[in-house]
Design a protein around this ligand. Sequence first.
Ligand SMILES: Nc1nc2c(ncn2[C@@H]2O[C@H](COP(=O)(O)OP(=O)(O)O)[C@@H](O)[C@H]2O)c(=O)[nH]1
Ligand SMILES: [Mg+2]
Length: 288
Amino acid sequence: MENINWYPGHMKKTRELIKENLKLVDVVIEVIDARIPVSSRNPIIDQLIKDKPRIIVLNKSDLADENVSRQWREYFGSEGFAAISMNCVSGAGAKELFRILEKMSEEKNRGRAVQRPFRLMIAGVPNVGKSSLINRMTGKKSAQTGDRPGVTRGKQWLKLKNNMQLMDTPGILWPKFEDPKAGRNLAFCGSIKDEILDVPTLAMELIEVLSENYPDLLAERYKLEGIADTPLETMENMAVKRGCILPGKRIDYERIGKLTLDEFRSAKIGRITLEKPRDMVGEKDVRP
Ligand SMILES: Nc1nc2c(ncn2[C@@H]2O[C@H](COP(=O)(O)OP(=O)(O)O)[C@@H](O)[C@H]2O)c(=O)[nH]1
Ligand SMILES: [Mg+2]
């Protein structure tokens, strides 16, 4: 996981670097987490990228709710972006990504005697899968994972097929850490280190969200008779079913908490998306 302590100087530098790098590329591939398409976006991404052509990759779509992912692709499409679902671990979606890129590249070079390279950069907040996508696109195992925000090391271009070139280091953007809801969603998805979080409380909050939006999946996974009146009770019922019990028949909140988060993150509870396109309503108004 990329661990960056963002401070105002970093953010300013990142903004400047992204702007510099944008001049060098034809298209930006914005990577977001398909489970949390609102929370996993940089708060000023639209300001940063402005009118540069952009493709939105809903990554980790293997963990997300397919129906909601479709709604998201439609939503982003209606906003004028090409949006595709990807799984950078299996490679699903890579073909479609290349198909779109090749089409854009052809359009750019149409009528040119000398074909110019079509240049791309990948951008996104930490942990969405930027490095995995670079590896996928180049077919190599280990992309350098930049540990500094928005940094490119001397602009190396990775050669792709059909005269396309990829900036070797992704633009690492800061997350929406000022929005508590986004922070919580990023934590659910494992994009904030658990050491700095209260695991049982976070898990209980997740159980509350799942009880509302995916009650059947939750009940099925933990063999619950139903969803209890409070998330705490549901969590306790889950603990009993899973044997997360301490001496004296006390609930082991730490253990059921960790287990719940682990099983959510690995989609063992099911393919779940925490944000729907309707959550975008008002997003534009809160942009700084
Ligand atoms: N399940 C799943 N995991 C992924 C996918 N893409 C990346 N990951 C995992 O997400 C974590 C972060 O990926 P990484 O490429 O380092 O993200 P970066 O911080 O944006 O460069 C790693 O553990 C990856 O294996 C995906 O499509 N599906
Ligand atoms: Mg990385």
